[in-house]
Design a protein around this ligand. Sequence first.
Ligand SMILES: Nc1nc2c(ncn2[C@@H]2O[C@H](COP(=O)(O)OP(=O)(O)O)[C@@H](O)[C@H]2O)c(=O)[nH]1
Ligand SMILES: [Mg+2]
Length: 332
Amino acid sequence: MDIDELSTDILSSKRRALARAITLVESGRADHRADAIALLQALKDADHGRQALRVGLSGTPGVGKSTFIEAFGLMLTAQGLKVAVLAVDPSSARSGGSILGDKTRMEQLSRDPNAFIRPSPSQSHLGGVARRTREAIELCEAADFDVILIETVGVGQSETVVAELSDLFVLLLAPAGGDELQGVKRGIMEMADIILINKADGDLKATASRTCADYAGALRLLRKRPQDPEGFPKALTVSAAQETGLDTAWDEMTTLAEWRREAGHWDARRRAQARYWFEAEVREALLSTLRREPVKGAMERLAGQVEAGDLTAAAAADDLLTTYLQRGPGGT
Ligand SMILES: Nc1nc2c(ncn2[C@@H]2O[C@H](COP(=O)(O)OP(=O)(O)O)[C@@H](O)[C@H]2O)c(=O)[nH]1
Ligand SMILES: [Mg+2]
């Protein structure tokens, strides 16, 4: 694989090169992994200075994510912006289909020359999906995309992953009657920069406005975050189907992003995310070492000795780590 050529082609925004590179970072083969690492480093070394606005988008199935991305994406490409759509879909391995599998709802966007849609590959664990998405984001950014939409189904942990991958985190909700805040976990609320109540049209319009007011109230009760200007996080109503409120949503996103950029929060967040993912890579690599030979077998043997009462758990763990991680005994 010619890494220099691939890197040059990505920097020249060649779509096929971008698609190939994403396939490369998705591969589980060791030689592919080495190429992927070299490619990503080559792009860093090129110092292209390109930054897309990375928008994380989360919501439960049926809330209208695909419909929203299609309409919102087309609005942005019509403004001349280049838009990439990626997904963090921890369920894809189980369901066999990806979150963006319903490409029918994104038919127009997928044909748009200024858009690039990449479904989530089948992966067995969230860590693998997170890494692939993080690297795909870097590739899209190097290929000069202006906006990267990162979609996820709200299943708890995956929102945290998406928040750690994005500059802005948008939560999509459906209109709901009653005074229950739809069981949205406080932790998720606290991550949101903008809450969009979708389906604010037809019979649902009035309910959507009430739901929006409820969430606006709930957001005001949260502790003020240093990375927010006055009035953020905020709740808005939109209709992806009727394509209303999308321009306002975009205005709010860019206003917030600009403010954060000027106040230094944008760079600070990206630096913190870089550190977070480095540490995650190290942890993941250590864990996979444990799952591979020779450590796996050694662990099995030691476990047997612990079970039999011949070794204490602490002594066995110390033995394993000392032998295989070249760590001094008793260290942590
Ligand atoms: N009334 C209305 N229906 C919508 C809107 N957006 C999506 N839907 C409908 O909600 C259903 C789920 O939409 P979809 O985009 O597939 O949701 P996803 O599972 O979050 O990707 C579909 O039947 C859509 O037509 C909207 O703005 N208004
Ligand atoms: Mg969908």
